[in-house]
Design a protein around this ligand. Structure first.
Ligand SMILES: Cc1ncc(COP(=O)(O)O)c(C=O)c1O
Length: 468
């Protein structure tokens, strides 16, 4: 009997949506004939459990739907905006709030404004998310990764593997020259490092380094409340502090943040920028007017803004967070109990399977992450996502595939959507694929676009010689 228990759900279900149940034969046909082997092209109507992303896929509460009905659609300074502005000011302790259409819209504003006056800007962080890296490059800069060494070990039990190493940060600042570092970004939690959290100590230390050099520190705050919950449960001195107090303290060390509201904001679309400095706000607001919309709606409908004001508070509810983080841990622990290699410990929003370990005898040229991901779909209609060689793309100079440190497959869990039985179904499906992994065929590319190939590439299966 397993010792791993499922956390208590602090909500009950008021609306249901049926999910498709398909046969293996139907799934094989859809995957290969319709989707050409690319899981992104499989229609959602043929997916039983969708773990492609936790972004914008959560369920809103009755109170959020009520807020939707009372959304004020006035173009400027709507009632819904006033509520969101007051809520965000209170939660983050920042005076200036600017909505954007989603996280990358918020990043576009911050990075364009902060990077524009520097010829070769360098932006250190703890593993930038891909849209962040994209915007840094777009603004003519380069991102550098200063994440701690523990993040690179899938078995290390350390509690804050998303921490940025202040020593590495200092070295990068010296290397680039202070004047070429327009900001430092801390991503909470670190999505590219398996959703691992960042400690308060790290936030404090990084803030001290930034102050010493006069460099602004920003959060990429998509999962700020999940990060706060990890601080509460793992960091000494925070166990008795309420989540809103922890969030306030986290933000007290930074100059601003960009945020996708589609995660811990518990809404399906939206983004935010928050900052302390009036001059910076004015520049951001000017840009926002050009690219996002008037600074009190930023590309969002009044009703979406109203739902976000409610979602930001619900996302900080401790009972909800205990369930949310507990559900992720349950999924990871059950898989690990069955022998499936899981990046450990589990982070907040997703479980990452270590395919480098699970499929070590399949050559990387046969794209084992895609082979595993596709097999999971065929086995049980579960959509998961490769974070490996295909996602990493090709080296622009050599044209060769880039191989990340680990081939991973990500199981991202939408918020307030799936039940224990459904998680058990996922465990069963993945365990079965893992146990039969020796029979999986390799994958070859039959079409490959020049950029972001994972979205539209087409694949075929191939027989292959195994390593060793
Ligand atoms: C850490 C992080 N930053 C930024 C983004 C971009 O947000 P959006 O998808 O709302 O544009 C994401 C989205 O997944 C994210 O995880």
């Amino acid at each position: 009997m397993s010792e791993i228990s499922y956390p208590f759900e602090p909500f009950k279900i008021k609306t249901v949506e049926s999910i498709p149940v398909t046969t293996r034969k139907e799934r094989e046909k859809i995957l290969w004939d319709v989707a050409k082997g690319n899981i992104f092209n499989v229609p959602a109507r043929a997916i039983t459990i969708d773990l492609l992303t936790d972004s914008g896929t959560g369920a809103m509460s009755d109170m959020q739907w009520a807020a939707i009905m009372s959304g004020d659609e006035s173009y400027a300074s709507s009632k819904s905006w006033e509520v969101l502005e007051a809520t965000a000011r209170e939660i983050f302790g920042m005076p200036f709030i600017l909505p954007a259409h989603q996280g990358r819209g918020a990043e576009h504003l911050v990075l364009t404004v902060l990077l524009e006056s520097i010829t070769r800007p360098v932006v250190p962080g703890n593993g930038h998310f891909d849209t962040t890296s994209g915007h840094i490059q777009w603004a003519g800069g380069v991102g550098v990764d200063c994440i701690c060494d523990e993040a690179r070990d899938p078995h290390n039990d350390s509690p804050f593997k998303g921490d940025l190493d202040p020593g590495k940060l200092r070295a990068e600042i010296k290397k680039a020259g202070v004047g070429n570092v327009p900001l430092v970004i801390l991503t909470i939690t670190a999505n590219t490092a398996a959703g691992q959290p960042v400690s308060m100590k790290c936030i404090r230390d990084v803030s001290a380094v930034c102050k010493e050099y006069g460099i602004p520190l920003f959060f990429d705050a998509a999962r700020f409340s999940e990060n706060a919950y990890f601080i509460k449960t793992r960091e000494k001195g925070y166990g008795n502090k309420p989540i809103p107090e922890i969030v306030k303290e986290m933000f007290s060390y930074v100059d601003g943040a960009s945020m996708s509201s589609k995660k811990d904001g518990l809404v399906n679309i939206g983004g935010l920028v928050v900052c302390r400095d009036r001059e910076l706000y004015r520049k951001l607001a000017n840009m926002a007017t050009l690219f996002e919309g008037f600074p009190t709606y930023g590309g969002q409908a009044g009703r979406d803004i109203a739902a976000l004001a409610v979602g930001l508070r619900e996302g900080m509810d401790e009972h909800y967070l205990a369930w949310r983080i507990g559900q992720t841990r349950y999924l990871g622990a059950k898989l690990r109990e069955n022998g499936v290699p899981v990046f450990w410990p589990t982070g907040g929003h997703a479980v990452y399977l270590n395919i480098s370990e699970a499929m070590e005898d399949m050559p990387l040229a046969a794209y084992p992450g895609i082979a595993f991901q596709n097999a999971v779909y065929v086995e049980g209609g579960v959509r998961v996502c490769e974070i490996g060689t295909i996602l990493a793309g090709r080296d622009p100079d050599t044209g060769e595939d880039r191989h990340p440190r680990f081939e991973l497959v990500r199981l991202a869990i939408p918020r307030r959507v799936y039940t224990q039985t459904q998680m058990d179904y996922v465990v069963g499906t993945i365990t079965k694929v893992y146990e039969g992994r020796e029979n999986l065929k390799g994958i070859r590319l039959i079409y490959e676009p020049p950029v972001l190939r994972h979205f539209t590439a087409e694949y075929a299966e191939m027989e292959l010689a195994r390593k060793g």
